[in-house]
Design a protein around this ligand. Structure first.
Ligand code: ADP
Length: 333
């Protein structure tokens, strides 16, 4: 396979228009700050983060351990309160909601897929899938329920309890649970973190299909370049700041940039502009270029954390290299 210098997307990332600038914004953080502790033990987990997530897009949030990924996701999803700044889901400003209103917003407008699946062990797959709707006193739309179940290949598993399902099947149930209520946004916290490579590919294909076919908005935290390559956009955090973003990256692009971010010495070598938040969306100039653009033809090919799926699992379109033979790319839109 030949890859042009700079990678398969060379020249496209820095110039890519910010989709959120022209599309409806599903979620936005403005000058978001989160401080833990005080005095000597103070930790600034988020430092004036400005970022917007376009509706109908799939975004992956990446960064070194401790860079603030989970904190950002939890603040965006209303699971944690920020120290200062603002989060909006659609037009709703989370900072003006009381606890009950925040709970209702999470219940009605947000779906979650967690690393640990978070299924109720005593309930069947079907009962787990409809649980949030049952709690809300809403009846599932049966046509939509059938669409989701068949698309995710869960029809013959609906009567099984989680202990009778594989990890991949459990995560598919969790994806169905997130989809069936038609939330505005699905958040995934390391959704492939507990899965083998094949199941990871299946779950990422489901989240991709949620965007492409069901017009959902998906935002995940992941440490896995291959998983991130399913996203339309990868936003990179370091030291509580957004330092870059890539659009439509391959796994190789993401891997190369993560190598740079994982090296604090190189990170310190970034220009002051690169150390600032890349302002995004609504008021967003083009994203910053990586301090050291990937030169894929000069570095060994990274190990693929998720090999291209050769799944016998049929309901979703098979995941494969693109028609142009590029590595680690996934069909979008
Ligand atoms: P990531 O998800 O990128 O690994 P986190 O958002 O979990 O990073 O954490 C960002 C920083 O905030 C880290 O330095 C972490 O130790 C700190 N942190 C996270 N949660 C807490 C907490 N509850 N109390 C104190 N510090 C915390």
């Amino acid at each position: 396979m030949s890859v042009p210098p700079g990678g398969p997307n060379a020249g496209t990332n820095a110039a890519a228009p910010n989709a959120a600038a022209t599309q409806t914004v599903a979620a936005r953080a403005e000058q978001l700050t989160k401080v833990y502790g005080s005095g000597d033990t103070i930790v600034e987990a988020l430092r004036h983060v400005d970022v917007a997530f376009a509706a109908g897009e799939f975004t992956a949030i990446m960064g070194p351990s401790g860079s603030g990924k989970s904190t950002l996701m939890h603040c965006l999803a209303g699971l944690d309160a920020s120290t200062s700044g603002r989060v909006t889901i659609g037009d709703t400003d989370l900072s003006v909601l009381n606890d009950k209103q925040t709970t209702l917003l999470r219940r009605d407008r947000i779906g979650f897929v967690f690393q640990a699946f978070n299924l109720v062990p005593t309930l069947t797959a079907k009962e787990n899938i409809t649980l949030p709707l049952d709690i809300a006193g809403r009846k599932p739309d049966s046509a939509w329920f059938d669409t989701v179940i068949d698309r995710l290949g869960l029809r013959d598993r609906l009567g099984h309890r989680p202990s009778e399902l594989s990890g991949g099947q459990q995560q598919r149930v969790a994806c169905a649970r997130a989809l069936v209520g038609r939330p505005d946004i699905i958040f995934g916290d390391e959704p492939t973190g507990n899965l083998d490579s094949r199941s990871s590919g299946e779950v990422m294909s489901i989240l991709r299909a949620a965007v492409d076919e069901f017009r959902q908005t998906v935002i995940i935290v992941t440490h896995d370049p291959r998983a991130a390559s399913y996203a339309d956009r990868v936003v990179f955090l370091a030291d509580g700041r957004i330092v870059n973003e890539l659009r439509n990256p391959s796994a190789d692009d993401v891997f190369e940039y993560m190598k740079h971010l994982d090296d604090p010495a190189q990170r310190r070598g970034a220009t002051p502009a690169q150390q600032q938040n890349a302002p995004v969306a609504g008021a967003a100039p083009a994203p910053l270029a990586p301090p050291n653009p990937p030169q894929l033809n000069q570095s060994p090919r990274p190990a693929d954390p998720i090999p291209p799926a050769q799944s016998s699992w049929q309901p979703l379109a098979a995941d494969s290299d693109g028609p142009d033979g590029r590595s680690g790319r996934h069909s979008r839109g």
